[in-house]
Write a protein of this length. Structure first.
Length: 255
């Protein structure tokens, strides 16, 4: 059953698993503020549905997401005030992912760029294809790391490695994601959907109260500074969009 057939929609199966799709295939599922509102709504809808016991987050087609949609803002909207107002929608999505009771499993194939990497890190479990490629393209395009990345990534890979990943923005393969401890499952692309759904169904078959309480305990203890991090991002990210370095990057995309 589909709850939304626009840029984000949800399909609910009879196995207790709801699949939430990022759905802009012509743009490789590039994300924007409207999508974040829809995504947050889908997560809350699934969380409140007693028939849903686990959630899978994926992209339509063979790509998770190419990151932020750089064409979403008009020139007159390119102000720090507008950027901050818009960015709060992204923060709400991350907060929802970490605080809803139902576990979220990210299914990542193709590219996960920028904000797509953040959505992976905010998920409870991650399944990737061997050929998946993460590009932490924040500093590369002249913006601050966003959506809780600076909180989640060092906890997974250590501070020094997190700095290298974020500063340089080098591509990370699906195999490397497993080696770094970011991915729970790394499989061939043709097996990714089956592997992800099998993991989600296992979660759905578990006693729901214990899974939900365990998620709440783990995330509550881990995320004590998450809101502080997101609050800092709401100032630092809009500031970076006013710099000359960012303007030069946007000129390249406008050509």
């Amino acid at each position: 059953m589909s709850e939304n057939t626009d840029m984000v929609y949800m399909e609910k199966g009879e196995d207790g698993v709801a699949v939430v799709y990022l759905n802009q295939p012509k743009k490789k599922n590039a994300i924007n503020a409207t999508m974040m509102d829809l995504l947050t709504e889908c997560f809350h809808t699934a969380d409140e549905d007693p028939e849903v016991r686990a959630i899978v987050l994926r992209g339509s087609g063979n790509c998770f997401t190419s990151g932020g949609d750089l064409s979403q803002s008009s020139p007159e909207e390119n102000t720090p005030e507008h950027a901050r107002k818009t960015y709060r929608k992204y923060c709400r999505t991350v907060t929802a992912m970490r605080t809803i009771a139902k576990p979220i499993v990210a299914m990542v194939d193709g590219y996960a760029v920028g904000g797509g990497f953040a959505l992976m890190l905010a998920s409870d479990l991650v399944c990737v294809s061997e050929t998946a490629t993460v590009i932490p393209a924040f500093c590369q395009i002249g913006i601050a790391p966003e959506m809780g990345v600076v909180k989640f990534l060092p906890e997974l890979v250590g501070m020094q490695r997190a700095k290298e990943i974020l500063f340089l923005g080098d591509r990370i393969s699906g195999v490397r994601l497993g080696e770094l401890g970011i991915a729970n499952r790394v499989v061939p692309s043709e097996s990714l959907e089956e592997t992800t759904m099998e993991l989600a169904r296992r979660l759905a078959e578990m006693p729901d109260a214990s899974i939900q309480v365990a998620k709440g305990m783990l995330n509550s203890l881990s995320d004590t500074n998450l809101q502080a991090s997101l609050a800092l991002e709401q100032t630092s990210s809009p500031f970076c969009t006013t710099t000359k370095a960012y303007a030069k990057t946007m000129e390249k995309f406008a050509r």
